[in-house]
Design a protein. Structure first.
Length: 321
């Protein structure tokens, strides 16, 4: 075990989880990555294939007993397009299973749980949400993540665990999923094959608190090394950015000709929330953390990573788009 300790990262092959693993590895932590499927590319640490939905608390406790982590970081989440039942299994059950497993250990590691800004539900335009804000989620994902967050805090406040919750706002940066807003735009730019692209999107009405995924990974490292316990801390930029500005920024950074067309009245939304902004003051006071990277850097880094990924895929003989 390294001098900084051993950290188990659940969901460590996902978008945020991969960046967390890299950041922990760079800070000298011994990383053990737990996920259902092996990563496509190399990531720091040892990999353990486990499905927390299928695994019993006893089986998971046995794994943790053998690994003997000093900290468990829970980055498990989900993607859009699932039923309420599927979302509950993907975004709530793994955390509940983990808590039951930790209760069986004689020596319990610190826990850092990553929640979601969607736990808050609809925010009034111009408002800022924080730990004292009453959470009223309106999406299946928000409800599942809130249940997980509440379960973690209940165990901590009952004295059964030490740890904290980081409630994370909207992510941007290298590795953004294809279903994300940036992913949709990048895919359509690439599909145009150098010709002027017509980027078709649903109405770009929302303003959201976007933060670079690499800054969030740094916040996780700070929470991992911290002794703060029992707190719910928001992690974001502290600003609300028009989603249209994110689209325009990506097109600008791509240097490709494109026009954006919004599908008026389509009614299709990934989220029911049209405004978000979180209070990042507690993160600075408790963890010494503030976001360092401007969103322009996040978008540019995403575009370069996206193009490189498509190039690698094409070299392997797979379709690029």
């Amino acid at each position: 075990m390294s001098a900084n300790g051993r950290v188990v990262v659940l969901g460590g092959t996902g978008f945020l989880g991969r960046h967390v693993c890299v950041a922990l590895g760079e800070r000298g932590f011994d990383v053990v990555v737990v996920a259902r499927r092996p990563p496509v590319d190399a990531i720091p640490g040892r990999f353990l294939a486990r499905d927390l939905v299928q695994l019993s608390p006893q089986e998971l406790a046995k794994d943790l007993d053998e690994i003997r982590p000093t900290v468990v970081v829970n980055t498990v989440g989900s993607i859009w397009g699932r039923t309420d039942e599927q979302m509950w299994k993907a975004a709530a059950v793994p955390t509940l299973r983990l808590l039951d497993a930790l209760a069986l250990l004689s020596e319990r590691p610190r826990m850092v749980h990553l929640g979601s800004v969607l736990e808050y539900g609809r925010m009034r335009a111009g408002s800022t949400a924080g730990a004292a804000t009453v959470a009223r989620p309106t999406s299946a994902y928000g409800r599942a993540k809130l249940a997980a967050t509440q379960a973690v805090l209940e165990r901590i406040h009952a004295g059964e665990l030490e740890g904290m919750v980081l409630r994370v706002s909207n992510l941007a940066g290298p590795g953004s999923p294809d279903v994300s807003l940036l992913g949709q735009v990048a895919g359509q730019l690439l599909a145009a094959g150098g010709r002027p692209a017509v980027v078709m999107l649903d109405p770009l009405l929302a303003h959201r608190d976007y933060v670079d995924v690499r800054d969030v990974a740094d916040a996780v490292v700070a929470a991992t090394a911290s002794k703060v316990s029992g707190e719910l801390v928001d992690i974001g930029s502290g600003e609300s950015t028009p989603v249209r500005a994110m689209v325009d920024l990506l097109i600008e950074r791509s240097r490709l000709p494109a026009a954006v067309v919004e599908r008026k009245g389509s009614g299709k939304q990934h989220s029911t929330e049209t405004w978000s902004r979180v209070d990042i003051g507690p993160a600075e006071r408790l963890l010494g953390w503030r976001p360092r990277r401007p969103l322009a850097d996040a978008v540019e880094a995403y575009w370069h990573e996206f193009i490189e990924r498509q190039h690698i895929t094409t070299q392997k003989g797979e379709p690029s788009a």
